[in-house]
Design a protein around this ligand. Structure first.
Ligand SMILES: Nc1ncnc2c1ncn2[C@@H]1O[C@H](COP(=O)(O)OP(=O)(O)O)[C@@H](O)[C@H]1O
Ligand SMILES: [Mg+2]
Length: 276
């Protein structure tokens, strides 16, 4: 059996995070801790606030002095050898029979996106401690920013065309939470099949620019044929350029840069759906 212990004080400074992404971080870390435990073990999840001074920052390259919340997931599972420790954040690095090796790569990406810092301490046969430092929200600064406002929720059917599993999972979760009905396609062929199968009844498609089987432009054209009223948001990790611009010129309504936050996805989908 696995015992879970938490130490999450009620009074702790605020951090500004993307909730969906941070849920993914925690579930990824807890899944790994759980998978590292063979038989009986313990997972401890804790948070505390931590002032990082010059002295503390010095031994931790990349961590800047400041006020942080430190989130710790600790297990007493089988731990990592040196190779695993060195490669833990590498995409597709896995030591598991059916591992995908994307969990820690995604965790790393999310932490970086939040201007945070992560460390992994692990010893074979003893266990693993993952620490994530997230900068505390500056109260004054936040009050001066534009009001955060309500998330723009909505209804309608969204087809997400995306071959990267983690991105798909996060996007689906976000759209789901916003109230949309979500359909998934991992390839262009799948997207077109889905569009035809449901009689073209798709309000909006989010189209990843790089897919394994078809060019995004071709998918766009076939999709428009299968459901002429579909609106299309092109998504890409790169800024608007060549291939993205081409699809926008062909008539796509919007562009969103990856990785996107819940708020920006909510806003973009709503904006495009409102368009005539
Ligand atoms: N808590 C942990 N204890 C032991 N090994 C871990 C732990 N977390 C990650 N690892 C190692 O890092 C590798 C990569 O983890 P991850 O990116 O989540 O991919 P996956 O879980 O699919 O293998 C794992 O295969 C494992 O070897
Ligand atoms: Mg994992």
């Amino acid at each position: 059996a696995v015992q879970i212990k938490t130490d999450l004080p009620a009074h702790i400074p605020n951090v500004e995070v993307d909730l969906t992404q941070m849920q993914m971080v925690l579930s990824g870390l807890i899944a790994n801790a759980n998978e590292a435990i063979e038989g009986h073990g313990r997972i401890e999840i804790s948070a505390k606030d931590k002032d990082v001074d010059d002295e503390f920052a010095k031994g931790r390259p990349g961590l800047k002095p400041g006020h942080y919340v430190c989130l710790v997931v600790e297990d007493n599972g089988k731990g990592m050898d040196e190779e695993a420790r060195n490669r833990v954040f590498e995409p597709f690095f896995t030591t598991k029979f059916q591992g995908r090796g994307l969990g820690m790569a995604a965790v790393y990406g999310v932490v970086k996106n939040h201007n945070g810092w992560i460390s992994v301490e692990s010893e074979l046969g003893k266990g693993t401690v993952v620490r994530i430092y997230l900068p505390c929200a500056e109260v004054m600064e936040r009050e001066m920013e534009e009001p955060r406002g309500e998330l723009v929720r909505g209804t309608g059917t969204v087809l997400v065309i995306e071959d990267e599993g983690v991105v798909m999972d996060v996007t689906r979760e976000m759209l789901d939470n916003l109230g949309y009905y979500v359909l998934e396609a991992k390839t262009g062929t799948e997207a077109v099949k889905t569009a035809r199968a449901i009689g073209g009844d798709i309000d909006i498609a989010i189209l990843d620019i790089v897919l394994p089987d078809m060019s995004a432009k071709d998918i766009y054209l076939v999709l428009k044929k299968a459901c002429p009223n579909v609106k299309v948001i092109v998504s890409s990790g790169y800024a608007i350029d060549g291939p993205v611009q081409e699809i926008l010129d062909a008539g796509a309504q919007g562009f969103i840069q990856k990785p996107f936050s819940l708020a920006s996805l909510a806003k973009k989908v709503n904006e495009v759906l409102q368009e005539k």
